[in-house]
Design a protein around this ligand. Structure first.
Ligand SMILES: [Zn+2]
Length: 397
């Protein structure tokens, strides 16, 4: 007879108490709207170690949703947050830290993974990893997606890597140093004020993001690194425009405005105040929901490969893209991938027209060239038109 298992501090309860929310989205909405639970005033702890809880951000539903969809399905092709200062863009990105999903991280500086061999053969990894794989050694270890921030003053050598000059001078050896893009492989790369970066740096980032890898050549040396990251950019349009070709590369675009409801602004103030006074208390207050959200993201990611987009639904959507006069194929790629992630958050395996409708503004706004010239003025008109067109599609369904 088996001895009954004694509960220990570390063991998980046998039956998890299910949180009362059916989906990740309901959880996000509930926490955004509830009033702050009491947070004791305690000794101030270093705030950089504890991010503001993601779910505690008041309002900004679309921004939160876009970031979650980007985490669930990297194929949406990145998220761009456009808005003035003080609208919690950077806070939202940094606060993802506690809900970042688990991932297999490569043990090699080139980012080689066993799955690369499965899809691309032995040539898809470096010689060292090919040898390790043949010997049955692991190429990766389980970890968590990391948040990599690109410093505003980063140089091209920092971004793509370069010759390790210190090593070259002191040891007369040449080695290519890994850049930020390679470090961002399988992680989340955040670029604040992306509109202030030089064209050269932005191009190198977007090319790597599009290809999932990049090659550095310095004289006779060359090295190819994997760079499969979720790109999140933010910008304040008051401080400079973004070239249309860069804008096109971001799958989802969120126009972040300040909170309009005075009650929401007050609640936001209370939460920021509570966080500044006692970051740990604030994180504890949202701990249960944060854990639930992290679990939901993980299971949505696991479900994603099974989520299909029926042809009938896709055809209607393509019709809408054409009616809107959008040329870029990236529009529907991002739209469809976002809708698949959205269906996955609802534990469904089939994308519906409702899923497409929910994520359409994020994927389709700012795609027409005349709209790029006047971001905000035309925004209202575009969204209304989109809502009407979506409404008419419902009727003919
Ligand atoms: Zn390798």
């Amino acid at each position: 007879m088996a001895t009954p298992e004694l509960p220990t501090e570390k063991s998980e309860p046998k039956e998890r108490v299910a949180h009362p929310f059916r989906t990740l989205r309901q959880l996000v909405d509930f926490v955004s709207g509830k009033s702050l639970p009491p947070v004791e005033t305690g000794e101030g702890l270093r705030t950089e170690a504890l991010p503001f809880p993601f779910l505690a951000i008041v309002g900004q539903r679309e921004m939160k949703l876009a970031l979650l969809l980007g985490l669930i399905n990297p194929s949406v092709g990145g998220v761009l947050l456009v808005g003035p200062r003080g609208t919690a863009k950077t806070t939202a990105v940094r606060s993802l830290l506690d809900i970042l999903p688990k991932v297999e991280s490569s043990l090699c500086s080139y980012g080689c993974l066993a799955e690369d061999i499965e899809t691309g053969g032995m040539d898809a990894v470096c010689p060292d990893c090919a040898k390790k794989f043949a010997e049955g050694q692991p190429l990766s270890s389980p970890g968590r997606v990391r948040l990599i921030e690109l410093p505003l003053n980063a140089r091209l050598e920092d971004v793509v890597g370069g010759i390790d000059e210190r090593l070259a001078v002191t040891h007369e050896r040449l080695r290519v140093r890994r850049g930020i893009l390679a470090q961002a492989d399988r992680n989340l790369l955040y670029i604040d004020e992306i509109n202030l970066l030089t064209d050269e740096i932005v191009d190198s980032i977007l090319d790597a993001a599009a290809q999932g890898s990049y090659t550095v050549r310095r004289g006779p040396f060359s090295a190819t690194y994997h760079a499969r990251f979720v790109l999140v950019g933010s910008m304040n349009p008051e401080e400079g425009q973004l070239r249309p070709q860069i804008l096109d590369r971001f799958g989802m675009r969120v126009v972040v405005r300040g909170l309009e409801d005075p009650a929401e602004r007050l609640e936001a103030y209370r939460r920021v105040q509570a966080y500044l006074t006692n970051p740990r208390g604030m994180c504890i207050a949202y701990c249960e929901e944060t854990l639930a959200a992290a679990e939901e993201i993980q299971s949505a990611r696991a479900r994603l490969p099974k989520v299909i987009l029926p042809d009938k639904v896709a055809r209607l959507a393509i019709k809408l893209v054409q009616k809107m006069g959008i040329d870029s194929l990236r529009a529907e790629i991002s739209w469809f991938e976002a809708a698949r992630a959205y269906a996955a958050t609802d534990a469904r395996d089939k994308v519906t027209l409702e899923d497409l409708q929910a994520v359409a503004p994020m994927a389709l706004r700012l795609r027409r060239s005349q709209f790029m010239a006047e971001y905000f003025n035309n925004q209202v008109e575009e969204e209304e038109e989109m809502a009407n067109l979506l409404g008419s599609l419902y009727k003919i369904r």
